[in-house]
Design a protein around this ligand. Structure first.
Ligand SMILES: Nc1ncnc2c1ncn2[C@@H]1O[C@H](COP(=O)(O)OP(=O)(O)OP(=O)(O)O)[C@@H](O)[C@H]1O
Length: 239
């Protein structure tokens, strides 16, 4: 097995996260699933250094908490669950904020505007966009960081079917270029398109591995309390 680039050991935060340990390889696309309140957002925020619990996090073998602030900003990017915007910055400026840790050099901003299909919105105040448009702006900001570790909390929330598929393709392209992605989501069928899936339930990790091995009808039944059948559902693809 490849040496993990991100290692978590015994992550604990009250009852929200209980003794969660795992290792993620470079270029892996990992889905985090679990019922409401399972701890998905909490885990991503702990990894991003926004919440502080117990346990250890190592990035490329180094204690993440000891990596200097700007270097951490270049290494990891966090996309929060909410797409609320407080201030009326133009879209382009919000995307460019992703370059803060690089001295606001503006690199990658053009590519991010195109990748998230928001170039036509670049001069608009972010406060005057729809929920899905705002989501794409924040995703573009995360992308512009160029960070090799992307932590995305429900990135496709509010996105139409086409843009949701594009985000999935973008994630795959990033992983193909060597980035590691940890992405929380609710759609279990989408989770099958990831390399690995991590299942959280009441703060505990109850499964981690290839989706086919983990998302069995038995596990889905016990964690989500729904009956799952292995039959294929509606399949949607980009043209
Ligand atoms: N600010 C907070 N203070 C205390 N407890 C919180 C806070 N935010 C969330 N929680 C609790 O932590 C637990 C995990 O919440 P979290 O947001 O991580 O779940 P989630 O899996 O992301 O859920 P969802 O699918 O609803 O987004 C829940 O029991 C929740 O009530």
């Amino acid at each position: 097995m490849l040496t993990p680039v991100l290692e978590a050991e015994g992550l604990t935060l009250g009852t929200r996260l209980r003794d969660v340990s795992f290792g993620l390889g470079a270029g892996r696309m990992v889905a985090v699933v679990g019922p409401n309140g399972a701890g998905k957002s909490t885990l991503l925020q702990v990894l991003a250094g926004l919440l502080h619990g117990h346990g250890r996090i190592r990035w490329q073998g180094r204690d993440l908490a000891r990596i200097p602030f700007l270097e951490r900003g270049r290494s990891l990017s966090w996309l929060g669950q909410e797409s609320h915007a407080e201030f009326a910055f133009p879209v382009r400026e919000v995307v460019a904020q992703g370059r803060h840790a690089w001295g606001d050099d503006g690199q990658g901003v053009e590519a991010a505007l195109d990748a998230l299909d928001i170039r036509h919105l670049e001069a608009r105040p972010i406060t005057e966009l729809s929920g899905g448009e705002r989501r794409r702006v924040f995703l573009a900001r995360a992308l512009a960081t160029g960070a090799p570790l992307q932590l995305w909390d429900e990135p496709a929330a509010n996105l139409d079917v086409r843009h949701a598929l594009e985000v999935l393709r973008l994630a795959r392209d990033l992983a193909g270029a060597g980035s590691t992605l940890l992405v929380s989501l609710h759609d279990l069928r989408t989770a099958f398109r990831f390399d690995e899936v991590m299942v959280l339930d009441q703060g505990r990790m109850v499964g981690f591995g290839p989706p086919e091995a983990i998302l069995t009808p038995g596990l889905i039944g016990s964690v989500f309390r729904v009956k799952a059948s292995p039959a294929q559902g509606l399949a949607l693809e980009l043209p």
